[in-house]
Design a protein around this ligand. Structure first.
Ligand code: PGA
Length: 279
């Protein structure tokens, strides 16, 4: 039997919420996800498509690190995962302001985002540093969303695929095929993040296909077809379904629209029904 790629939706809260609003948002999402899946056509159909079961999307929330423990507490015992938005490439020591993989785990985090454009471009992180972070995360039993994406200038110069592949090359340098199941890739064109400009579903699909092709060349076809590749960049309740119905788009990494429970749940619902069968 061929396994399906389970749809995945990550909520990246970035530097938003305070303790009370973080807890409230997590509670609202948990409530909806814990509810039983309604019958087709039911009033709340889809809103609950994020608990256990292959027919539902896997959901992971990424609150600010100071609230990781609180949000993990709210989600304990549910099927919703929780993680940090970044980690240090170092294990421990004199690294002021940095947060280690062990601290994330100790605060209840199971996941981490690496290589987000707000780290690569906003904080000047190199491809090489993102690769070291990925190695650190996997070595510390943290599952990872590894982000890649080109700027508008790079896309206009016809270099989108080249840039994405360069970021993958450096990122996965030390990752063996046996660890691939712990990594989700996110394609996030820099020009689409927080701008309201979304890549068209077909442009996004083309980028995702190219990423899967890279994975197949670097590893093998079977491993590559099991890796979930998310789209990120101005996904909202209105455009989610079209994006997620593309063959190689297995879900989304959601920024702005993850801060309102209803919007986020509508995206989860759109994603829930789109499991892709391995080819
Ligand atoms: P956005 O952010 O949905 O607000 O564009 C996506 C992301 O940065 O992951």
């Amino acid at each position: 039997m061929v396994p399906a790629r389970r749809p995945f939706v990550g909520g990246n809260w970035k530097m938003n919420t305070l303790r009370a609003s973080a807890v409230e948002l997590a509670q609202a999402i948990r409530r909806a996800c814990d509810a039983p899946l309604p019958a087709p056509g039911g009033a709340t159909e889809g809103a609950a498509r994020c608990a256990n079961g292959p027919e539902r999307a896997e959901v992971v929330l990424f609150p600010p690190v100071p609230y990781l423990r609180d949000v993990a507490g709210v989600l304990a015992g549910s099927a919703i995962g929780v993680g940090a938005q970044d980690l240090s490439a170092e294990e421990r020591g004199a690294f002021t302001g940095q947060v280690s993989a062990e601290m994330i785990r100790d605060s209840g985090g199971e996941w981490v985002i690496i290589g987000h454009s707000e780290r690569r471009h906003g904080a000047g992180e190199s491809d090489e540093l993102c690769g070291r972070k990925l190695t650190r995360a996997l070595g510390s039993e943290l599952r990872t969303i590894f982000c890649v994406g080109e700027t508008w200038e790079e896309r206009s110069a016809g270099k989108a695929h080249e840039v994405n592949r360069r970021q993958l090359e450096a990122g996965f340098r030390e990752v063996g095929a046996e660890r691939l199941g712990e990594v989700v890739v996110a394609y996030e064109p820099v020009w689409a993040i927080g701008t309201g400009k979304t890549a068209s579903a077909s442009d996004a699909q083309e980028a995702h296909r190219s990423i899967r092709e890279w994975l197949a060349n670097r590893y093998d076809l079977r491993s590559a077809s099991g890796v979930r590749i998310l789209y990120g960049g101005s996904v909202n309740a209105a455009n989610a379904a079209a994006l997620f119905s593309e063959e190689d788009i297995d879900g989304g990494l959601i920024g702005g629209a993850s801060l309102k429970a209803a919007d986020f749940l509508a995206i989860v619902a759109a994603c829930g029904a789109t499991a892709k069968v391995e080819r």
